[in-house]
Design a protein around this ligand. Structure first.
Ligand code: ADP
Ligand code: ASP
Ligand code: MG
Length: 415
């Protein structure tokens, strides 16, 4: 007997029929003798619908109220799933984040989990209940409801698994594992049986939305055994078969693993580029531009400074698209009076494409192969950044799919 956490995403919870299937799957695990905690997301489309309502009233809604609204999608899901479980004879009880409680900081719409009280959940498990806990939400020190950012139910599930010291966290989703790239963009993408924690962390941070980045960070910090697998198989398939399906995140580099140099291609359309053109090229300029941006709590990703002409240079960086307007306001109000740039402009028509693989550490020439592939397709590279196990480029958004397909092929990732 083991304690297992299941997480089901929006599509997996997308209809009453699907919720009934989730209940059957969960009941199968419980009947096999396991204690099960389930963390579902809101039904697909629901979080967008809720946030859309707020947006109809105000483009700049108070983040506290947005969390108040967005968190309700998950509350409906846990109740429905508990009823579905009860209706097939399983004892089940649902909880929202504040009831557990799942404590977070107060960063509305992107809160971080600080602690999870496991006492109530443990008692219920010992009394034979399946415990269903809302994904995506928590409560701050002043009893305000918070949410963990889009896709945050993954993080809830892994954090719950860590708090309960669960044997495994199973992330059930609408694909049957982690692929070499998004199978919606490249149908030839191949499922990975295993992926190292480091690679998964890079892929998630670079835009592979199959797992929220913070869930991978949590998994790594607490060494939570985590597997991504399909919720769309027949819920009655043998448990042993299900338990070994999908993609396992591993924490040791396995010598016997057939190690490809590149394990995946990620892309991200959520960033925007800001260019501060015609600024004096002298010490302190990067700080003058980025200091106020950081003080406004805006994350900066890629940065590039061009060679200077006549003592002037252009400075570009990327931020999340949702923060573009805010960043431009900060620059115009707090930076421009000081630096007197020729222009400050924002562009949303960019995307970031990255190749990821721990095999890169021992191989040279990956960057040049990447640049050659893009150049053969006539795709201009606007920015580049590298780490030990990834290379990212910013390109024109309209070439995103072309670039991903070409790179997937060039690095031999097809099945
Ligand atoms: P859920 O609602 O279950 O959380 P998501 O939509 O958040 O599901 O994540 C699953 C989706 O992630 C898949 O449908 C797929 O399109 C996308 N995806 C992006 N990159 C990858 C990848 N490398 N492997 C698998 N899926 C990926
Ligand atoms: N329902 C939330 C979202 O749509 C959280 C999640 O699905 O993980 O972002
Ligand atoms: Mg998700």
């Amino acid at each position: 007997m083991a304690l297992i956490v299941h997480k089901y995403g929006g599509t997996s919870m997308g209809s009453v029929e699907r919720i009934k299937n989730v209940a059957r799957r969960v009941a199968k695990w419980q009947k096999a003798g396991h204690q099960v905690v389930v963390v579902p997301s809101a039904m697909s489309g629901e979080t967008n619908r809720l946030l859309g309502l707020a947006k109809e009233i105000s483009e700049r809604a108070d983040p506290r109220e947005l969390d108040q609204i967005a968190s309700t999608g998950e509350q409906v899901s846990v109740g429905l799933l508990a009823i579905a479980l009860q209706s097939i004879g399983a004892k089940a009880k649902s909880y929202t984040g504040w009831q557990v409680p799942v404590k977070t900081d107060s960063a509305y719409t992107k809160a971080r989990i600080e602690s999870i009280d496991d006492s109530r959940v443990r008692k219920d498990l010992n009394d034979g209940y399946v415990v269903v806990i809302t994904g995506f939400q928590g409560i701050d020190g002043n009893n305000n409801i918070t949410t963990l950012g889009r896709g945050g139910s993954d993080t809830s599930a892994v954090a719950v698994a860590a708090a309960l010291k669960a044997e495994e966290c199973l992330i059930y989703t609408d694909v049957d594992g982690v692929y070499t790239t998004d199978p919606r963009i490249v149908p030839e993408a191949k499922r990975l049986e295993k992926v190292t924690f480091e690679e998964m962390l890079e892929m998630a941070s670079l835009g592979s939305k199959v797992l929220q980045i913070r869930s991978v960070e949590f998994a790594g910090k607490y060494k939570v055994k985590t597997r991504v697998l399909s919720s769309l198989t027949d819920p009655d398939i043998p448990l042993a078969e299900e338990a070994n399906s999908g993609t396992l995140i591993t924490y040791e580099e396995d010598e016997t693993m057939e190690q490809a140099v590149i394990s995946g291609i990620a892309f991200n359309r959520d960033e925007a580029k800001i260019t501060v053109a015609g600024v004096p090229d002298k010490p302190g300029i990067a700080y003058k531009i980025l200091g106020p941006v950081a003080s406004a709590n805006i994350d900066v990703d890629m940065i590039i400074q061009n060679v200077s002409h006549d003592g002037l240079t252009d400075f570009s960086f990327t931020v999340h698209r949702n923060e573009l307007e805010k960043a431009l306001e900060v620059l115009k109000a707090k930076v421009q009076p000081d630096i007197q740039a020729k222009s400050i402009t924002g562009a949303k028509d960019i995307c970031k494409v990255s190749v990821v693989g721990i095999g890169m550490r021992s191989h040279v020439g990956i960057a040049s192969q990447m640049f050659e592939t893009l150049s053969k397709e006539g795709i201009n590279i606007q920015m580049i950044s590298t780490s030990e196990i990834k290379i990212s480029v910013v390109i024109d958004d309209k070439y995103m799919e072309l670039a991903v397909r070409a790179l997937h092929k060039a690095f031999g990732l097809e099945s």
